[in-house]
Design a protein around this ligand. Structure first.
Ligand code: SF4
Ligand code: SF4
Length: 211
């Protein structure tokens, strides 16, 4: 019958309205900001930079490769690479960004920067209370404001962060196995060269006539 859907919708609205006076399950809104609805895991807003370890500016995963800057559709990422490498949180020399700014008044939350980053260094945040009185400089977020720990990332996107932690641990294991195999091959090469040199010295000594 024509209009049945409207009648059903109005009946549900009336049920929620009357029910909300006696049972909180009928309440469809909360009194923000005193009350908050828990953020969903796949929620996303603007990007942030992930760091490992305790010190943000030491543990940044970003190596300033600038891929995200090139791929960002509205061009709202600004990066300047450090002139020299410096030790990261495990002591490995890496380039890092001297400047890494995102203009969130321009960012459209597309997540392309996250998808193109080869180092899992940039991820989407769920933070949304970012209003400012200055719409220009106030919304240009620098690397100190963008840096957030891997623990924070695990807190807001636990499933995704666990997958990345596992992949990074597997990469570290693979790199360690490769380094061990290379060290073993070099040791074997050196031992072989030493054995050949010793055999040659012995043969030369045998060929030398006694006076
Ligand atoms: S989310 Fe999209 S628009 Fe925003 S910084 Fe990343 S690539 Fe640029
Ligand atoms: S966030 Fe990733 S893609 Fe962007 S500069 Fe840093 S390492 Fe490169």
């Amino acid at each position: 019958m024509l209009g049945t859907g409207i009648i059903k919708g109005m009946a549900q609205t009336a049920k929620n309205f009357v029910g909300s006076y006696s049972d909180p399950k009928y309440l469809t809104t909360v009194e923000y900001p005193e009350q908050r609805v828990p953020t969903k895991e796949n929620n996303r807003n603007f990007p942030f930079l992930v760091f490992d370890g305790e010190e943000a500016m030491v543990g940044l995963r970003c190596v300033a490769c600038q891929i995200c800057e090139k791929e960002c559709p509205p061009q709202c990422i600004y990066i300047e690479k450090d002139k020299n490498k410096k030790p990261d949180f495990v002591g490995k020399d890496q380039f890092q960004p001297a400047v890494f700014d995102i203009d969130i008044s321009v960012c459209m939350s597309c997540q392309i920067c996250v998808e193109v980053c080869p180092f899992d260094a940039i991820k989407m945040d769920t933070e949304f209370e970012l209003s400012q009185t200055n719409r220009f400089d106030g919304l240009l977020i620098n690397k100190h404001q963008l840096a957030k720990s891997n623990d924070y990332y695990r807190g807001i996107h636990p499933t995704e962060a666990a997958e990345i932690d596992a992949a990074r641990a597997a990469d570290v294991k693979k790199a360690a196995a490769k380094a061990a195999a290379k060290a073993k091959a070099e040791a074997e090469k050196k031992a072989k060269a030493a054995a050949e040199a010793a055999a040659k010295t012995e043969a030369d000594a045998a060929d030398t006539p006694e006076s």
